[in-house]
Design a protein around this ligand. Sequence first.
Ligand code: PLP
Length: 391
Amino acid sequence: MKAEPAAKTELSPTSGLNARVRELVAQGRDISVLTAGEPPGPPPEHVREAAARAARAPDGHGYGPPAGLPELREWVAAAGAADGDRVGAENVVVTGGAKAALFATFLALLAPGDGVLVPTPAWPTYGHSVRLAGGRTVTVPTTAATGHQPTEELLERQHDDGIRLLVLCVPSNPTGAVLAPRRLREIGAWCARRGVTVVLDQVYGRLSWVEETEPAAQVLRSAGAETIVVDGVSKTYAMTGWRIGWLVAAPPVAAAVTAVVSHIANHPNRVAQVAALAALRGDQEPVAELRRHLLANRERLGRAFAAVPDLVDHHEPEGTFYAFPSLAPLLRRRPDLPDAGAVARELLDEAGVAVVPGGSFGAPDHVRLSFVEPADAFERALHRMIGHFRH
Ligand SMILES: Cc1ncc(COP(=O)(O)O)c(C=O)c1O
């Protein structure tokens, strides 16, 4: 019998949106694209140089260790150790992006039907990835009233005996919220009591404006929670297409994940691993520059939205390059628009601005817009967006 697609999952909603944007651009429309999940790039020059050298080297072309190149694992471990974590290379597994680290973790740790708590609004991949791995997603709805942060009480409400993991994204895609240390401590203690392991997604960890007194992983671990940290070079160094991420976990977990990845990709591309190490070790000024750029755009956004409380309810993001305003005020004024998806369609077709509707993140009244665009293009997008609903 012919193999039929098992339809286990689907492409992300942003891929459909991006296809529509490409169609409009091909028709000659000038579109302001605020859907980007990546900095404009390119990666720093020394990173590209390191990759070119690695590609030309006569050795280093063969298979490497499934957990990743030892020097990269050691660097990641040493950075963790500098933050107060007692970790070594045996705690680190390098993967083809943070996305692959998450999926391999779920594959390695979840038995069929095991539950994973996911506070929402959340990046949709968590749910898809958990389900693909045979697990069960249990959402923990949060609201703007609690700063989009989960609390012990909210977690307890959704807990059941099959729950194994809790996913935390700090700073959060899509809300930009950063969990306060007090809240993290409370969550860590709850997880320790309930025997729930935290999967802490830190891919935006270096793009935060909150003064970090103690790294999030350390707060969770010192509260007694077993914690798996997922991170990567994509967002910090404009290396999204180079596909390098990693996880830092207790050695038995790292070994289980290594076994899983050894049967999938074996290990990520060696040249990209060398480049990732160059990014981590090298001059960090490009990261500082990206942060300054994002901070300036965040202020532009804050000023623009503060002037239109009848259209949006905006909470300033504390990290990432996303804002996640509620459109509830606009939706009240425009009953013909049922949700933010309809607003996003109107914005794209009539004002030429692409934003991501919040429905797939679990927040149908919100939109996510990214503020990585150059200042003038970003100003123009804001002007178009606000101007459209003003008339
Ligand atoms: C919250 C979050 N985690 C992980 C990732 C994946 O990053 P990577 O490019 O390292 O796979 C993304 C990318 O959009 C993200 O938004």
